[in-house]
Design a binder for this molecule. Structure first.
Ligand code: GAP
Length: 514
């Protein structure tokens, strides 16, 4: 924000964003008319545009502007062996416990320890001002991390991956056939059912990354790529998250933008530094408040088992600093695991390079991987938060009145509409002239909006609130002498330009710079 920019009064930013998202068609609760589906969201007309623009800009910088990265688009449903090899089948199945007092769910292995048999206190319902409750810690030896209660459900295994079955045959019938009439204990029955379900089980991917490892050789060979090179992919991922929170920050279905950059072993630190800078630079280009972005190195104990180093790009959300993107040095873990589990030789042979171990060519190695892994849906929330302002501005009159406006200062490239074309009134040739300008934009594939409803002031306000960077107003003068007004969303300044130039001027302002 520039020092001269009007202050945003203190507000509940998340509440404002959730309400604006619904009212203006960015994000709706999934299945809302049936009571809503927790943690699933639908992107409305403007949200779909914003998210698409973010993803297009990511693809542009990761693929189109580079010679060393190619894209791919893999299936969401993947073979269960992929997830066995990657460790997700084991790692994504955690024992979870429900707190009967505050109703939160948590991982048993991460809960605060307490002496079995000791007395603990908590507040009823976990709410401030509630009655104080006392309880005794059971032999499991932990309490609820949210409210401290010892009133806990049994541990249950939750598979954080979405499992489904492939094939039209009803798996329930198979299961019934497998156990019907057999005298089985509870454990035996569970094992029999599990074995039957697993025969046709497939999983929705919990990250887009694995397809790029599994298809590494196909991509490398078909495109004759030379190390170092990257494979980029964007798309949906699914996780049965233990806690879904903060609107679209963490949901069960979300979109990722990931790139696996394959490098020679030993060069991973250099490339990790390179991608840290690249990715921070990308975010900084598009935000108003770069001071709300930071890079944080993972502590040894929080790094994933496959990473030898990892950084998070963090954003200062209204509830504090949190992850926006992870940039991991993933070693050769994934390629080696897939090579082992599939029996394929997933490596690179350089006939001219000496092997560092023997000093003689050829050099055969499994590439190391640097992975910038971003969330498209999470980035959508971040860009909305970064862009939102409520501004008090003096009205241009002598009465000292103040005008309040809500504005989304989205980067023009991210904004859903690049311009709104507004005839001052619905007569005297103004709509026709306006539609001619609209046609120029639409023919060039640029999304603009023709808007003739309500007063011009209301229309400016509406487009400020949805982030339209420019309003082109067609008035009586436009019909007479061919001049229109272009209003800038951020400064509210207006300039007059010839009708024939309006398209080129706006196009240059939106797309003329990176
Ligand atoms: N391939 C590595 C990987 O998936 P991650 O940190 O689990 O790493 C990468 O995910 C990014 O995906 C996160 O930084 C976040 O932006 C996004 N993400 C992960 N889980 C999410 C969820 N449940 N809802 C929304 N975005 C999520």
């Amino acid at each position: 924000m520039s020092p001269n920019e009007p202050e945003t009064p203190s507000i509940d930013l998340m509440k404002e964003i959730v309400s604006l998202a619904k009212q203006r068609g960015f994000v709706f609760q999934s299945s809302e008319i049936y009571g809503g589906l927790k943690s699933a969201y639908d992107y409305g007309p403007l949200g779909a545009e914003l998210k698409r623009n973010i993803m297009n800009e990511w693809w542009r910088s990761m693929v189109y502007e580079r010679e060393d990265v190619v894209g791919m688009d893999a299936s969401i449903i993947m073979h269960s062996k992929v997830w066995e090899a990657s460790g997700h089948l084991a790692g994504f199945s955690d024992p979870l416990v429900d707190c009967r007092n505050c109703k939160e769910r948590f991982r048993a292995d991460k809960a605060p320890r307490a002496q079995p048999g000791s007395t603990v206190t908590s507040v009823e319902g976990g709410r401030r001002g509630g009655k104080t409750l006392t309880g005794t810690v059971d032999p499991r030896g932990y309490v609820c991390p949210h409210c401290g209660s010892s009133d806990l459900s049994a541990e249950r295994n939750f598979n954080l991956m979405f499992r489904t079955n492939i094939g039209p045959v009803d798996v329930v019938q198979d299961v019934v056939d497998a156990i019907h009439g057999k005298d089985l204990s509870k454990e035996e029955m569970r094992a029999a059912i599990d074995a039957k379900v697993r025969e046709t089980a497939v999983y929705l991917r919990p990250e887009t990354a694995q397809a790029m490892f599994v298809q590494f050789l196909n991509v490398q060979q078909s495109m004759s790529m030379k190390i170092p090179f990257g494979i980029a992919q964007m798309g949906k991922s699914f996780r049965n998250e233990i806690t879904v929170e903060h609107f679209i920050f963490r949901s069960c279905e979300f979109e990722q933008m990931e790139m696996e950059f394959f490098v020679e072993p030993g060069t991973q630190k250099k490339w990790l530094d390179y991608w840290k800078e690249e990715r921070m630079g990308w975010y900084r280009r598009f935000v108003n408040s770069p001071e709300k972005l930071r890079l944080r190195r993972h502590e040894d104990n929080e790094r994933a088992h496959y990473a030898d180093d990892c950084y998070d790009v963090e954003y200062e959300y209204p509830w504090g600093w949190g992850e926006l993107e992870g940039i991991a040095s993933r070693t050769d873990y994934d390629l080696s695991k897939h090579a082992k589990h599939s029996g394929s030789h997933i490596n690179i042979l350089d006939p001219n390079r000496p092997d560092p171990a023997t000093g003689k060519p050829p050099y055969r190695f499994t590439p190391y991987v640097i992975e910038p892994a971003a969330g498209a849906t999470r980035a959508t929330l971040m860009f909305l938060l970064d862009a939102f302002r409520i501004e008090d501005k003096p009205r241009p009159n002598a009465k000292g009145e103040v005008e309040t406006r809500r504005v989304l200062k989205l980067h023009p490239r991210l904004a859903p509409y690049k311009a709104a074309i507004l005839p001052l009134v619905k007569k005297d040739g103004m709509p026709e002239l306006g539609r001619k300008i609209v046609r120029q934009f639409l023919d060039a594939g640029i999304n603009v909006r023709f808007d003739e409803q309500h007063s011009i002031g209301k229309r400016y306000a509406r487009h400020d609130e949805i982030g339209t960077p420019y309003c082109i107003t067609v008035d009586g003068d436009s019909v007479k002498d061919g001049v229109v007004t272009i209003r800038d969303r951020d400064t509210t300044e207006q300039v007059k330009v010839k009708i024939d130039e309006a398209f080129a001027v706006v196009k240059e302002r939106v797309f003329g710079h990176r």
